[in-house]
Design a protein around this ligand. Structure first.
Ligand SMILES: Nc1ncnc2c1ncn2[C@@H]1O[C@H](COP(=O)(O)OP(=O)(O)OP(=O)(O)O)[C@@H](O)[C@H]1O
Length: 307
């Protein structure tokens, strides 16, 4: 379990993360979403003990990860896939990581197979595409078979087949009871694999809930209703407090759920031809909720440190 409490990070005059609190539980894929510059990487680096918080705490399984050297057997992370020694082969790179973490060599072959790099294990990483480097970074995170996995933008650079593969892998790792925390700045990337979401904007928490709950927060949901006696039904629904928009083909009803509409149709003896709850798109909800926190700044601010 990952617990973040009142976590803040300031770089000079920039507040990258502001009093952030959330919990990531095992058994689900949890998406960590926010527009560019929202503070996702900064938060993940604090979780992994790579950045020191200005205030607050970030713990993994109850402990400050930076304070104790628990290695790859406890937490596997992929932060920057490009950050690898290009002169080494994939196999040599993973063997070195395994050796320095006391992980049996046999795991190297297992994870290379797992990420689909077995055939290129003897090639130099310098010649790898970004997608291949992402796979290698994921292999490194899996080496120690850890209960907690943290991935920063792992879908970057993957082709459609790679995206599908990674989604299935993330779901499987979560189904095995692991804590799986995955960042992205695109809702569409998370839509098909995350069950839980932590959404931030300008370093602040916007939402921490299930995907379904998040979708319901966006555009008001409605119900599409078709009936021959549409106008009679519309009058009845309005009288019961619903808002009804009469379209050419169907009524769009808001402020009343499909079950109640069905009950009222029965009561007023109106035969229904269609009764469809309209779900707001997640992308739409994400855009709406983060609209105020999209950072368009392209020039570095003064007083910024370097990592
Ligand atoms: N080392 C640093 N020195 C100064 N400012 C920094 C540093 N790291 C991050 N920032 C600033 O903190 C804010 C959050 O950045 P961060 O990289 O955590 O966001 P992000 O959500 O991961 O964005 P992206 O999706 O673009 O990777 C940004 O305004 C960024 O410019």
């Amino acid at each position: 379990m990952i617990e973040v409490r009142e976590l803040s990070k300031r770089y000079g005059t920039t507040t990258a993360v502001r009093a952030l609190s959330f919990t990531v539980r095992p058994g689900h894929v949890t998406g960590f979403l926010g527009p560019n510059g929202a503070g996702k990487t900064t938060t993940l680096r604090m979780l992994l003990g790579l950045n020191t918080p200005t205030a607050g705490t970030a713990t993994i399984d109850g402990r400050d990860f930076g304070a104790v050297d628990r290695g790859l057997r406890h937490v596997g992370a992929l932060l920057d896939a490009q950050d690898v020694h290009g002169g080494r082969t994939a196999r040599a790179h993973l063997s070195a990581v395994a050796a320095s973490n006391g992980i049996p060599r046999g795991r190297v072959r297992d994870v290379l197979d797992e990420v689909g790099l077995a055939d290129v294990a003897g090639r130099r990483i310098g010649g790898f595409s970004l997608g291949m480097k992402q796979r290698l970074g994921i292999a490194g995170a899996l080496l120690g078979d850890p209960p907690v996995l943290i991935f920063d933008e792992p879908l970057n650079g993957l082709d459609p087949e790679g995206v599908q593969w990674l989604r299935a892998l993330l779901r499987r790792l979560a189904a095995e009871g692991r804590t799986v925390f995955v960042s992205s700045h695109q809702m569409s990337e998370m839509e098909l694999c995350a069950e839980q979401l932590i959404v931030i904007g300008r370093g602040e928490l916007i939402a921490a809930e299930s995907l379904t709950e998040f979708a319901a927060r966006g555009t008001r949901q409605g119900v599409r209703v078709r009936a021959r006696a549409a106008e009679r039904l519309a009058r009845a629904l309005r009288a019961e407090g619903a808002e009804v928009l009469s379209g050419e083909e169907a009524l769009t009803v808001t402020g009343m759920d499909a079950e109640r509409i069905g009950d009222l149709a029965l009561l007023y003896e109106v035969a229904l031809a269609e009764l469809t709850p309209l779900t707001a798109s997640l992308e739409q909800a994400f855009m709406e909720l983060t609209a105020d926190s999209v950072d368009y700044a392209t020039t570095p601010r003064t007083g910024e440190e370097t990592r």
